[in-house]
Design a protein. Sequence first.
Length: 219
Amino acid sequence: MSLQLYFSPGACSFVPHTLLEIAGTTFEPTMVKLHKGEQNEAAYHAINPRGQVPVLVDDGQVITQIVAIVLYLDQKFPTAGFLPTEAVARAKALETLVWMNNTVHPTFTHIFMPHKYSDQAEVQAQLKTYNTGLYRGLLAELQALVVAAQSAGQTWLSGAHFGPLDAYSLTLTRWGSLAGIDPETFPVLWAFVKQVAAQPAVARVIERERLQLNLFKPA
């Protein structure tokens, strides 16, 4: 099989995992259990020395980093329309994708894995609390993007076609629930995420990864 995706359930690898299902192509989904440290094993480091997911392997060519993989899949499956082709619309879609990846995503990392940024328990607790507040604001920004798209008559965040922004929105909202942020406090965003999850290809990925969409637990 020429296409292989290394993914971890619930991680940002959900985005290319979903795009491959949407494309209707044949691929081998290979699970990497981050909670068991499989990303640190020599066998995986031989594929990706950084020990991260996702990793896409196409005919022996290894591609890492979610933005690079998304751009590759967009070119490999042009009829899927993952990203707009018109210059300004494409730039705006990439603007949002990069913001999701370089701002929203690492803010959650400071909540979920504060040990990456400090070896002091007190500092880790402060990082988690502070960044949870920041993350709530970022989800509000994400909801505003959904509102703007819907006001423009768009079904999906980047236009008429389902794409990486939509899959990433589900992942980021789900992470918020894991951080103790009730997604129902963002009703437009939450309704959109459920719309994303209802797509047959997305539902298949959710089932394969055994994901629960809302992990929020009231205090």
